[in-house]
Write a new protein. Sequence first.
Length: 270
Amino acid sequence: MQQNAFVLSLAGTALAAVLGWSSLASAAPQALALTATDDAVKLTCADGICQAEFSAFCLQPERVAPKPGTPYRLTAASTLTIEGHNEAGQTVSLRPGDWLKFAAARSHTAVRIHMDQNELTRRGLTSITIAVADNVALAPEPVEGDDNPITASEMDVVEQIQRPVGATVVDRNSEGMAAARIANRLVNSLPSFEADRTTTGRTWMRLMASARTRGLSPMAERLAQNGYELCRYYADRVLVGDMRGCMQSQHDKLMKVLNSDYWKALNGGS
């Protein structure tokens, strides 16, 4: 506990010195954290694009939240495990590059990782999976004319101090984060509008069973199940078929609570 308190105190001191908490108006949006995944996520291909959503949270409360679609880039110290799979059942390790794109999906709570489907064909692959390692951070792509870009020293603070605090408070959270991961898995399995609620139900049961084998806590199970049941009602009776949109909303609510906890930790728990 004393060590954690020291780290949080150090975070607050470094941030105040390097960034200045009073500087609220910024041109560049927040650096984001991609939360560590519990298993690889497969990109779904359709209409020439292969993509999936990944849970995220804001690392810099003093900067503005990104608009949907804002492009981001992987920081140098961040690691993804990217594997391509071909028709022969072989697996190929890949390095992220310009072919892999990152964009804010809905403000700071989710990031869309996507690529041109032609890249699969060019590489002789049929699918790609991505696993997010610990302490992964994303910086917004530089914009020409930006009067307040994120500086190299600012990103040093983000990567060396802020992101590790986020790992403790958010990534390793065994309740809200665990529930958000399950919700995100369902989101990635659903079409824009649900065609078959039976298939959705089976997918949900499979996801919950898999999470239980990983030691899902009772509270995490309750949070996940409550969100699913609320969305099941909504997609059946309110906006028929909008299961994906509702589950995105439930995921985002969980991430916003966790993000609030992270911001409090940066301020020393106040």
